[in-house]
Design a protein around this ligand. Sequence first.
Ligand code: BF8
Length: 641
Amino acid sequence: ADPMEASIEVSTQEMIRRAQKLQIETVFDRAVTMKPCAIGMQGICCKNCAMGPCRLPLPKGGVQGDDTRKGLCGATPNTIAARNWIRMIAGGAAAHSDHGRGVALTFLSVARKETKDYTIKDPAKLISIAPYFGVATTVEVDGKKLDRDIDEIALGVAEAAVAEWGKTDGFLSYLKRAPQPLQDKWEKQGVKPRNIDREIVEIMHRTHMGVDQDYKNLLKQGARASIADGWGGSMIGTDLQDVMFGTPAPLQAEANLGVMKADHVNIIVHGHEPLLSEMIVAAAQSQEMIDLAKQNGAKGIQLSGICCTANELLQRHGIPPAGTFLQQELAIITGACDAMVVDVQCIFQNLANVAKCFHTKLITTHPIARMEQENVIHIEFDEHYAMQDAMRIVKMAVENFQNRGAEVMIPQHKTTQIAGFGVESIQYHLGGSFRGSYYTLNDNIINGRIRGIAGVVGCNNARTKHNEEHITIIKELIKNDVIVLTTGCSAIAAGIHGLLTPGAAAVHCGPGLAEVCETVGIPPVLHLGSCVDNSRILLAATEVVKAGGLGNDICDLPAAGSAPEWMSEKAISIGQYFVSSGVYTVFGYSLPLEGAPVVKDYLYKTMEDMYGGMWDCEADPVKHAHKMIAHIDKKRKALGI
Ligand code: BF8
């Protein structure tokens, strides 16, 4: 791979060069030698039964040609593309929601007082979510309303939250948080999720050989499962994480591979669930471990993160992200990573091969995500003994410091950023002093200083130039006075490229947005956390609706969504729940729909009539941003502003 072609980011380029010099294969090399399957890429390969895989002929120029061969069962391109699409949603919703389930079960242990390692750090948040689960927050004693005991509220919320995954009656509790017109649309379309697990299981059933054959019906179930992710598993996950670990507030931190320190023990946490990493923070900051690090010849312990675990630790503790999804192998190639601790999702199988070339201890911690290579250590994390497990892991990393090889090369690039925004802190910065809502934000959208709101989120993808699309799109949006909310690897990229500072406003923004950011003292790009925290964007959008003056539903807002370098199934689930919540959502790279133009049309156009939001895809980042801006302008016009 040509490092300059692989990434726009300097430390990434440096580390790719080093990997090549050391003859260590990375994702960037594999992207050259392994090309994607053209038929799969277009969404029309069906491998759901053993009469296949049936690879349907590609349409030419967007229309089906003379070759109308079908799958052996008769499946058409529409059925196959729709099935494949919603199976991606099932995969993505399952990943987010199983993460959320883990959080909910841990919270149940907290509420039952089975663990002492986790506590309730934000009781106010707990009290604010309790009513959605039907849990009372006050009691009447002698005709007086008194605050209910927080432990009782916790138990009520924990039991109700865990039940959301399998409840037998009614619909998901959090649907009530959406604007009423949106709830009405879901009702009318018949896509209100009943429980989280059921919608995912039903996708697997419907896409089994010979079940649902109507692409429209399949896509409806995809919408329903995605809503169960965004307004269910992910949202509950985010909320209960905030309750246990604290609701984020803006803080300063650094970003990029340069945060690793040659004279410190470097521990990198990678994956998604903060259950373990929160404990690793506590263990790494304990005097016992700091002393042990010094005894082992290090000056201290430097903790950093990769992927969404990085975002979780960043937003609550200011622990710096060492890199995005595509930098995970490179962090080990520095030769300075004493331990990489992983849990679930977005973890390269190749990490073990890279770790083998260095002293790095690669530690898996989750029973559902193990690696077979003999150099991988498995320390299963049990939330009942959380601190004990974390201390064991940190100790192993510290003792490994002295095994470092001579060749350590940490790229000397890092930036400063402000991260940790959320629904509450946006209200603090952009709310009004009398109306507690998003009044200042709405006011500035109405007066035109802020043209609109964009959510730019999601992965990196080795089929595109690392970070180029994220950064080009974000810059183009803020140049045109569109404020950006970001999560996931996109947020890490924005931090690495210096866009998460208040100072970025003067350099990159149009005059209106720059003025607002400078007055309020916020960056033009707000880091809202990890990928499950996209639920924060749904709630922020709902707050904007509530603050008034911009219509009465999310689809009325001058807003748009984007995942410029998406790669995971989770991204499709997120994209679909944004669309199903009324947001025009543009993906970069390519979507697996070209082989089924009818399905593509349904997602890109018909869905707008159903939910107010619709899909789009644009690989060119400048055009991509301008499609979003055009949509924002269309909504401004409709609002008469
Ligand atoms: O959940 S953005 S590459 S790390 S999938 Fe993975 Fe994509 Fe990164 Fe976070 Ni989200």
